[in-house]
Design a protein around this ligand. Sequence first.
Ligand code: PHE
Length: 427
Amino acid sequence: MKAIDKLNISETTRLFSNLSFDGNKLVHKPGSVVGSTALIAGTTVGAGILALPAVTLPSGVLPSTALLIGVWLYTVLTGLLIAEVSLNGMRHSGRATNGLLAMVESTLGGMEARFAGGAYLFLHYALLIAYVSQGGEILISAIEGIWDLPDLPTWMGSTGFAVIFGTILYLGRDRFIERLNSFFVVVVITSFIGLLLLGATQVNPNSLLSQDWTALPPALSVMLVALFFHNIIPVVATQLEGDSSKVRQSIVVGSAIPLTMFLLWNAVILGSVTPTMLENIGSTSVFDPLQVLRAGDAGEWLGILVTVFSEFAIATSFIGFFYGLRDLFKDMNLFSGSSEASLPLISLILFPPMGFSALNPNIFYTALDYAGTFSVSILGGVIPAIMAWKQRDKYKELNQKLVPGGKLMLVTMIGIALMAIVLGNLK
Ligand SMILES: N[C@@H](Cc1ccccc1)C(=O)O
């Protein structure tokens, strides 16, 4: 025993080893926690961050900060439940799955998987609608501003956005799109840092103090979307060879990074809104502080940075979701005979978002609100808890738990998701 202790062998907690063949030998690819953390953080930041200021403005910085931290805790816990189900699934079946829907199917069965598939499809379309409408609106305002044009119809923006990116994705080779996306990510990070630094210098302390806790509930659905990343967890669990402590670390840190970004962003944007800007609030449409800042009301440079950050953040997410929906259709065996990106497939992905955005220019918030209320609550709340419940019952003490609190915790998770659905329907 002593001899073994002295060897000081580092403890191995992985379930299997990822090997790849590099031409003449097998190489061990253990996956890195840093890489997985970045993958989670990158998946999390998307359209949600752009809708946040509009839904948090009515309640103010302090209440919305508290709710954001609460929603983050919730998404971490349900994320860990998905990781738990994924890792135990690997232990018991000896196979790793990469997809959330495949996991639902093997844990709960076909009916539930179809239901989750419906929620997943809805989420993709809702987010694509949000991207096309908002990406188009920012595009058209920028064009009007640069060339000093009169107001152009909003459908031109959304259609233009979808056509431009649809063409790039249709004609571009994978390597080109990967590089384009990486370039966009650099632009997003740079403009975000610039925006925080510049915005922080002109924060209006009085704007930070206003608070109305009763205005908080309508913000819940958008916060759920903003902090959602659960579809990527099975991929991370496989990349990290089923090592539960690495997976746990990636989930906690990978979601804490976006949370920190959201908190800073929320404070800077709400802090830049002055009482005079608020006087212009119309009673019917959603008042979006970002729209006011983009128009240059708090300085030209801040306007440019908000525009660039928003448009490029939308573009990167749009590319991700375009591929996500394409893969979903492929998994459903639609267009299985055709090439990677055929015209009918692209049309099926892009026409509905183009149509909805043209019909309702304000659909950005509605789409994200519906995505949170009907999809994220199910996929990121109810389903993880039910899967963990069923798996824990089936394998009893052989199961390794990642979330404490037993059934009471699972019931609480489901209860919060149901509350989000009810709140979303009350509006
Ligand atoms: N959190 C992402 C949304 C998302 C949905 C589904 C999967 C991954 C991410 C956003 O705010 O845009």
